[in-house]
Write a protein that binds this ligand. Structure first.
Ligand SMILES: [Zn+2]
Length: 442
């Protein structure tokens, strides 16, 4: 049905506008034409992310932007459009808890660095709009964007919410927060060339400045706070695993965000930094590369999510030759250790949400993370749960997304075949609906 397609939105708006005019002139009612559109989506299988099992066959009734019913053999409402996808599996729209839609790395670190410095914010935003579109078409209907500059992620989120551009539902962090010289700071370019950053750009020293850095991100519209307890792989000035903030600074960041009822994501490769972040009360640890088993047990005990970003480790590990010398040993050690840590986390039962760090690897390949999670020790059904119900829980959106249940937002993805038999099926989406609007169909 054409009216259900995003790309016909402006046409539909024009039709409604003409209808309003006609009503005024002719006193004619057009209310019936605007009744919520009903769609029935059918496929051979359905994974609702509630039971963790497949139903055969699967069908979902969508009315307006919500799921009305889910089952094997649902009654088809009068006038409903029926989309039969055949040998496919219906799933909740995927949730990627760690992306950066304003950026993308290539195989050439030096060229990326140059382009990042030379692109204006408006130019970066246009690239971001493209990345948002291909992310959605890959079946990712919700993302958490955990760090961007110049408020680009904020602009993308608002434009997507307004229906101006297609893209996933976005929760955004604005600038990530961290210490001078740390992973949230700029590269150590001589200060006469690039001015030093401060709390507005997320760079802070001392508990009070870190509190201010959080407040600036919230002032301009952050949904979530991201901070950097440890160093990063791709940054020049820091070690990858040592803490970069004091306990007092971490406590201030987390307490301030929680006071505003926002969750806190901690970028953390090192074990000691992870322990400090857990003590401060973080909601998730991103990457977690060098975290030891004792610390994973602490995460399980305090229900701190791990967002493993195996895709990023794979991408960096594949281009070691092109990296600056200061980064190569960090990248090599991280790529090897991430898989071991992830296997330990699965065995211990740490809550896990799917997250890729897309930008480090290309956008639109997000669902490859499911394959990697499965390859390194997670059963396929659990991997799917980590990218649906688990992600929704971490984002605080379990009431509206993450499962296929009546009353939830109609965020639905279909993939060919059976992803429990072959997880790679999820890497090729066949059909994508977000909030009842179809963005991709066969
Ligand atoms: Zn990241």
């Amino acid at each position: 049905m054409m009216s259900c397609n995003y790309f016909n939105g402006p046409l539909r708006a024009l039709r409604v506008a003409i209808g309003v005019l006609a009503f005024a002139v002719m006193q004619a009612s057009y209310a019936a034409a605007d009744a919520p559109h009903a769609v029935v989506i059918k496929a051979a299988r359905l994974f609702d992310a509630v039971s963790g099992k497949l139903r055969e066959p699967g069908a979902i009734v969508v009315v307006g932007d919500k799921i009305q019913s889910v089952g094997g053999d649902v009654p088809v409402p009068a006038g409903a459009e029926v989309i039969d996808l055949g040998d496919a599996t219906l799933l909740p729209g995927f949730i990627d808890a760690h992306v950066h839609l304003s950026d993308e790395s290539s195989e050439n670190w030096y060229r990326d660095w140059y382009q990042d410095k030379m692109r204006f914010p408006a130019e970066k935003a246009l690239y971001g709009a493209h990345y948002a579109k291909i992310t959605l078409e890959a079946g990712i209907t919700t993302v958490r964007d955990v760090g961007s500059t110049d408020h680009i992620s904020l602009g993308l989120r608002n434009a997507i919410n307004a229906g101006v551009i297609p893209g996933p539902r976005m929760l955004i962090a604005n600038y990530a927060i961290g210490a001078t010289g740390g992973h949230a700071d700029q590269d150590p370019v001589p200060p006469q060339l690039i001015a030093s950053a401060g709390p507005m750009q997320g760079v802070c020293n001392g508990a009070e400045e870190c509190r201010a850095a959080v407040r600036y991100q919230l002032k301009y519209g952050a949904d979530v706070i991201k901070f950097m307890p440890s160093g990063g792989v791709l940054s020049l000035a820091d070690s990858v695993d040592e803490p970069e903030l004091t306990q007092e600074e971490m406590n201030a960041i987390v307490a301030e965000a929680h006071m505003w009822k926002r969750k806190v994501a901690a970028h953390c490769h090192g074990d000691k930094a992870a322990r400090m972040a857990i003590l401060a009360g973080v909601d998730s640890i991103e990457h977690g590369t060098f975290i030891k088993e004792d610390t994973l047990l602490e995460m399980k005990k305090h229900h701190v999510f791990l967002v493993p970003t195996l895709s990023a480790q794979e991408a960096v590990g594949a281009k070691l030759d092109s990296l600056p010398p200061a980064i190569v040993p960090k990248a090599r050690a991280a790529a090897a250790q991430a898989r071991i840590m992830f296997g330990n986390a699965v065995r211990i039962g740490v809550p896990i949400a799917m997250g890729t760090d897309a930008a480090v690897d290309p956008h639109g390949r997000n669902a490859h993370e499911f394959t990697l999670m499965n390859r390194y020790g997670m059963p396929a059904a659990d991997a799917l749960l980590a990218g649906t119900a688990g992600g929704a829980e971490l984002l605080g959106l379990s009431d509206s997304i993450g499962t296929l249940q009546p009353g939830k937002q109609a965020d639905i993805v279909a993939v060919r075949g059976n992803p429990l038999a072959d997880i790679q099926a999820v890497e090729h989406s066949l059909f994508v609906m977000k909030g009842g609007v179809v963005y991709k169909r066969p």
